[in-house]
Every structure is written in C-alpha cells, then in structure tokens.
Ligand binder design. Structure first.
Ligand code: FES
Ligand SMILES: [Fe+2]
Length: 350
C-alpha cells in the first residue's frame, strides 16, 4: 500500500532511541517513517544514522561489523565511515584505480540531547527549510537527562496516535482509576490555548483539582501542556519556586500501521526517588490503558469507517490536521512554516 499522501511529515526530527539503547561498536537497525535506517555510536560516543543498505548490492549494513570507526558490509566487505562514505573495497586491486570516496550511502542528521537520540528525516524533493538546526524544544535544559522512559508500539498510524495523545475526552473512560480520578468527579474544564512555534499549548494554569496525583504534590503548582508537530507532547509542572516535573511523550511513526511511543520522565523532586516504584507503575498503567484502547481502535479501523471530529473536545485534533497541512504546504512551496492557529478557549467535561 503506498503511503497515504502527507501521512508522514518530513524535514523534522524524530526520536529514534534513548541513549542507553545505542551501545558503542553495535549497529542497530530501525524502521522510521518506513525508511530502513542503521544507527551506531562511534568511539567518541557520537551517534550516527545511515541508510540501511549497502550501495553495492543492497545488503543491510546493520548485518555487518562496526569497530567504532568503520562499518563493514558483511557481503563483500566494503567499508564506510560513519558519514556513509566508502573508504575501502577489499576486492579491488590497486591497478583498478577507482576513487572509492565517491561512493556513499545516504546519511541522516542524528543528535543526542537530554539522553534522547533524534534523527532528522528529510525529503530532498521538498525544501530543507533549515529546520535541521532546530530540535524540538523539550522545555528541559539540554544538560539534563531524563530519569525514566517507557516505550511501547501503538498499532495505529501517526495521525490516530497523535489524536489519542492530545484527546482530552478519552481520559474519563480509558484512564479511570480509583487512585487517580473517578467518574464521579466529572466537571466542566475551561482551558486557554495559544499557538507556539511548532504547535499549540495549553497556557500555564493550576492543575485540575479532581486529579489525586496532583494533590499529593505540596507547594504552589502550575502546569503547561505543549504540543509540537510531528508528535511531541510535554506536560511541564512547576512545584513551588524551584522544582519541576516534566513528562514528555514522543511519537515516531515506524510505518503506516505502527507508531512508537516513548514516554520520558524528568523531575527535580527528591521525593520521586522514594515513590519511584509506585510512580513507575502509574506510568506503566496509563500507557497500558492507551495501548488497550488502541488495540480496539485497530480492529474498528479494519473496515475503514468514516470518522468525525465533534466540538471542543476534538478541536485539538483539528488543529493537528491544520498544522500538518500548513507544514506540508510550506515544504512544497519552499517557504517558512506559518502557524495559522489562534488563541482560543476550549471547554470539555472530564
Ligand atoms: S553488498 Fe555490501 S559489499 Fe557488496
Ligand atoms: Fe491516554
């Protein structure tokens, strides 16, 4: 099946791994946006990403060897540096006089920030639009490393995954737990949203009083919830003067039917160390509840039903589609991306 037009947003950064997954002298293959990519970490500790095909006969380079400097293909032993330039063809006699440095396999910009490895997926046919210099803003200083990560694969495309991530209305039914919130505590929520450079954010506000999870945190609290294309949601909680809790969820389309979700957690709160196990369990429970509903959704989508977006609870989903449209337009016309969203108040019952 060909990729649904515009399903994947290109010329943007995506989460590939968390740092500890990528070991020195090991190669890891991964499908991202339906592209096969081989990742590694060189002797200096820097990550890199190459197209996972040897330019000679196409064997995945990830089956080859890597000594921290050179990737060697397992078929005829061609060697490449970490930028994908061929450095040696063992079978060539010196007489052949061929400049092997002209042979290259595609490479991808790859960076590690906050303990997260990002890869930039471009579409050369579209403009590069200089976004390669702009990693998503995780509302976290770049020298801070996340404390915990949960990773799952959702059995849906990126659009359904994003909408599930920013959808306020499912919380009441999917994430109902006695220790978090119950149906009895339903009330009208009124939230203010404003556009941000790559998406929109729920303006900083006092967290909802029907979430028990917030109640146990002492001190003045405020939350800002940020969404950025292609699929990053950040909940940034300030507690008192100097403490923060940052909950970052990123979505990486693997292909048209699967999307990887990574949930990164960061906090300055020492108390989190004491409550580590229950916190971890809570996170796992939440994500497990989402995976559960996504498995059901997948079944429903098999018959390709017509879908609808209704009222304020679905407005963020509409914004997401609008942002996608504007992003694709900007790439095609080779002009800067313009966020056309406006400040707005939304109401819903949860
Ligand atoms: S296929 Fe890689 S060296 Fe021949
Ligand atoms: Fe959810």
């Amino acid at each position: 099946m060909p990729a649904e037009a515009g399903l994947f947003l290109k010329n943007l950064w995506y989460v590939a791994f968390y740092g500890a997954e990528l070991k020195k002298q090991k190669l890891l293959s991964k499908e991202i946006l339906s592209e096969k990519i081989v990742f590694g970490r060189d002797d200096k500790g820097d990550p890199f990403a190459l197209k996972d095909n040897c330019p000679h006969r196409g064997v995945p380079l990830s089956y080859g060897w890597f000594d921290g400097k050179c990737i060697q293909c397992c078929y005829h032993g061609w060697k490449f540096d970490t930028q994908g330039t061929c450095t040696e063809i063992p079978a060539l006699a010196p007489e052949n006089n061929i400049n092997v440095g002209k042979i290259k396999t595609g490479n991808y910009p790859c960076k590690e920030v906050n303990g997260i490895i990002w890869v930039y997926i471009s579409d050369k046919k579209l403009s590069e639009n200089t976004t390669v210099n702009k990693l998503p803003d995780l509302l976290l200083d770049s020298n801070k490393k996340f404390k915990h990560v949960e990773k799952v694969v959702l059995p849906c495309n990126i659009d359904h995954s994003v909408i599930g991530l920013i959808d306020p209305a499912h919380v009441t039914f999917v994430h109902q737990s006695w220790f978090w919130r119950s149906k009895k505590s339903l009330r009208i929520k009124e939230k203010y949203f404003e556009p941000s450079p790559m998406g929109f954010k729920m303006s900083r506000h006092a967290p909802s009083t029907n979430s028990k999870g917030y109640k146990i945190l002492k001190g003045g609290k405020s939350t800002e919830i940020d969404f950025q294309i292609p699929g990053v949601r950040i909940e940034h909680i300030k507690i008192g003067e100097k403490n923060e809790v940052v909950s970052i969820t990123t979505l990486t389309p693997l292909n048209e039917n699967e999307t990887e979700l990574n949930h990164f957690f960061y906090t300055t709160l020492a108390v989190a160390n004491i409550f580590w196990l229950p916190l971890k369990t809570l996170g796992k429970t939440f994500i497990g509840q989402d995976v559960g509903i996504f498995n059901k959704l997948k079944k429903g989508l098999e018959t390709d039903p017509k879908l609808m977006l209704v009222g304020d609870p679905d407005t963020q989903a509409r914004w997401y589609y609008e942002l996608k449209k504007q992003w694709n337009k900007a790439q095609e016309e080779n002009v800067p991306f313009v966020n056309t969203l406006e400040t707005q108040k939304l109401q819903w019952v949860t």
